[in-house]
Design a binder for this molecule. Structure first.
Ligand SMILES: NC(=O)c1ccc[n+]([C@@H]2O[C@H](COP(=O)([O-])OP(=O)(O)OC[C@H]3O[C@@H](n4cnc5c(N)ncnc54)[C@H](OP(=O)(O)O)[C@@H]3O)[C@@H](O)[C@H]2O)c1
Length: 264
């Protein structure tokens, strides 16, 4: 029987691509959001806040599967702990969590690490909450989404000279492809830590930016900057990459062509 599926973060960049896929698979979907939304065909909304632990019990009630896509720059462990507590009291749903490649390999120790890469520490702490929850669970680590890379490039391109962290590479992946894999995992048996998902190409941050500038027909000088700290060192060594799991198909250039110039 198709179960009710709760999608936290179902309004976000990833979550709003997860929700229609679950609907297509015939499931009723509940989305948890900090804002109120009108119910639409097969999708209901619960308003609350995971960090404040408001609305969490109502959100998890009756859900057989929870796809946990809600997240921010910090405190994902706190949000996840609140979700897990409510879910455990409500039953034993399959908890599916989206994390980030490098969470276990990027050390967040110093103030510099925390300032620039604290996000990875929060994701690792949240992963541990999921794995220790006692619930059936699946965690998927993804590399940076194309949408995030685009947002960063758009912001940086507003500067007259763009500072580019030296030696930093990315393996951006299409958000749709991550959503499809997350749904596949959610509808399957709990898998624990699933194989990573990364995009088809590893490229330097400078190349990502150059691709963006080219697609926009803009020119900007790039200024290499050296990031201090152990986390930055780990990233320069490729801790945020997963070349053995380059399963994404859509390239950065293809994504840019679509987003900047629209569908062919
Ligand atoms: N972006 C990337 O490149 C990337 C890569 C790997 C993993 N991830 C992970 O993927 C997940 C989704 O990322 P995204 O890019 O889709 O993020 P996003 O676009 O910023 O969306 C964040 C979502 O989280 C919800 N949310 C935030 N704080 C909340 C709170 N306190 N209580 C309840 N809901 C809250 C928001 O819902 P409302 O605003 O409606 O409340 C929104 O739907 C995150 O866990 C992120 O760490 C992202």
């Amino acid at each position: 029987m198709a179960s009710l599926i709760l999608v936290t973060g179902g309004t976000g960049t990833l979550g709003r691509r997860v929700v229609p896929r679950l609907r297509e698979a015939g499931h009723a979907v509940r989305v948890f959001s900090r804002r109120t939304h009108e119910a639409t065909d097969g999708v209901e909304y619960v308003t609350g806040d995971l960090l404040k632990d408001e609305g969490t019990q109502d959100a998890v009630a009756g859900a057989g599967i929870i796809v946990h896509c809600a997240g921010g720059r910090k405190d994902d462990d706190v949000a996840t702990r609140n979700l897990v507590r409510a879910a455990s009291q409500a039953g034993a749903p399959h908890l599916v969590f989206i994390s980030v490649v490098g969470a276990d390999r990027i050390p967040v120790v110093s103030a510099a690490d925390r300032a620039m890469f604290g996000y990875f520490g929060f994701k690792l702490a949240a992963e541990r909450v999921v794995a220790g929850s006692g619930l059936p669970w699946t965690t998927l680590r993804a590399t940076q989404f194309h949408d995030l890379a685009l947002m960063v490039a758009e912001q940086m391109a507003k500067l007259p000279v763009i500072p580019v962290p030296a030696g930093v590479r990315f393996q951006p992946v299409d958000t749709d492809e991550v959503a499809a894999r997350l749904v596949e995992l959610a509808l399957g048996a709990p898998a624990g830590l699933a194989p990573d998902i990364g995009g088809p190409q590893v490229c330097s941050m400078a190349d990502l930016l150059r691709g963006y500038l080219r697609a926009r027909g803009r020119r900007r000088p790039l200024l290499p900057v050296w990031l201090p700290g152990g986390a930055a060192r780990a990233v320069r060594a490729g801790a945020n990459l997963t070349p053995g799991h380059a399963v994404g198909r859509r390239t950065w250039e293809e994504f840019l062509a679509y987003r900047v110039h629209g569908p062919a």
